[in-house]
Design a protein around this ligand. Structure first.
Ligand SMILES: Nc1ncnc2c1ncn2[C@@H]1O[C@H](COP(=O)(O)OP(=O)(O)O)[C@@H](O)[C@H]1O
Ligand SMILES: [Mg+2]
Length: 333
């Protein structure tokens, strides 16, 4: 590129000298032409150097516009559809098959049948990758089943007003997402359909999540900042704030996906107490890595390769000496 630039300058110099000699142009014109050629050849060189970046920029812009234009199959702003008056939180999966849109060749849920009666405490256990979190995502309607149906109180969830439906559900997962705002605002985020939630309601949720006494001891109380990603709090404190947030909307269905898995045994005990209180008077589904935390559930469902292979109480399943027994022994991979 720079050789081309030098070549242009050299060529114009020799042509200019000849034209000057023959008095075809004046010396002033020669200088003006020379300046113009040097300037434009430099611009052309820089443009050529940037050509590969133009290609990349066009590809990147096309990807961004495709994402902006993409219409997700599930419109999460939708308020079309039915609401269930006095929803009780009875959940039914009927012959559900599911594959992720990005991995069509691998069936994640196969003829998945599952029932939770209203107010029941149900646990879902199984080896890693068996499809437990996927099942929770289907309840939240982040995806729809490829075949089969999911019902809440005998209504197919696809027929429900999505905004209303999601307001009936809360989830606490392994890593809570706290924002760099006050503890009060972080808990209030649990019900973003309402502005200015009274402090008494936030305190009530915090008490039920076993975190009120700790918050009260802080110099700024509920106005204390959590720090970026909740950095100023321990794992157990963050998780109890996440539980308070989940309780604020008084959900009919509470989903707990490995909520205590990232905690040490001391914090796990306190968080577990908070979770047990949170599960009262509502339907709950607990996914737990440590099987000791689900022994008191009403029904334990055991998943293996996307199917329910056993269910019953802890004592029933132990007596059966099957999948659950082998999970407890750590022999099921
Ligand atoms: N977003 C996704 N896209 C494609 N495959 C996924 C996605 N999420 C999970 N999977 C796959 O689905 C299977 C079940 O995953 P998951 O439901 O997270 O299992 P579990 O919670 O029981 O450990 C795994 O094989 C996993 O790799
Ligand atoms: Mg999981």
């Amino acid at each position: 590129m720079f050789a081309t630039n030098t070549f242009c300058v050299t060529a114009i110099l020799s042509l200019g000298t000849t034209l000057l000699d023959k008095q075809i142009i004046t010396d002033v014109n020669a200088v003006v032409i020379m300046d113009a050629v040097v300037y434009f050849s430099q611009v052309a060189v820089y443009d050529f150097v940037s050509v590969p970046s133009y290609g990349k920029a066009i590809v990147a812009a096309r990807n961004i516009f495709n994402i902006i234009k993409r219409k997700p199959p599930i419109n999460n702003q939708s308020t079309d559809g039915d609401k269930i008056p006095n929803c009780t939180g009875h959940v039914d999966f009927k012959d559900v098959y599911f594959v992720y849109p990005t991995r069509r060749d691998s069936i994640i849920l196969k003829k998945f049948n599952f029932t939770i009666k209203s107010g029941q405490k149900v646990a879902l256990v199984g080896s890693s990758g068996s499809g437990k979190s996927t099942m929770i995502q289907l309840i939240e309607r982040f995806y729809d089943p490829d075949f089969g149906q999911i019902f809440i109180d005998s209504k197919d969830i696809r027929s429900l007003d999505l905004q209303w439906y999601r307001s009936q559900i809360s989830i606490v997962s392994q890593e809570p997402a706290l924002f760099d705002t006050s503890i009060r605002e972080n808990i209030a985020y649990g019900d973003n359909s309402r502005q200015d939630i009274p402090l008494e309601e936030i305190i009530e949720a915090a008490k039920n999540a076993n975190i009120h006494d700790f918050i009260q001891q802080l110099p700024d109380g509920y106005e204390t900042s959590c720090g970026a990603k909740g950095l100023r709090l321990s794992g157990g404190q963050k998780q109890r704030i996440a539980i308070a947030r989940a309780l604020l909307r008084n959900p009919k269905i509470l989903l707990l996906d490995e909520a205590t898995s990232a905690l040490d045994s001391e914090s796990e005990k306190i968080v577990q107490e908070a979770l047990e209180r949170a599960q009262e008077n509502r339907t709950s589904i607990t996914i737990a890595h440590r099987l000791s935390t689900v022994q008191n559930c009403d029904v334990i469902y055991v998943m293996h390769n996307g199917m329910i292979v056993e269910y019953g109480t802890h004592a029933d399943l132990l007596a059966r000496s099957g999948y659950y027994y082998r999970l407890i022994q750590g022999k099921l991979k």
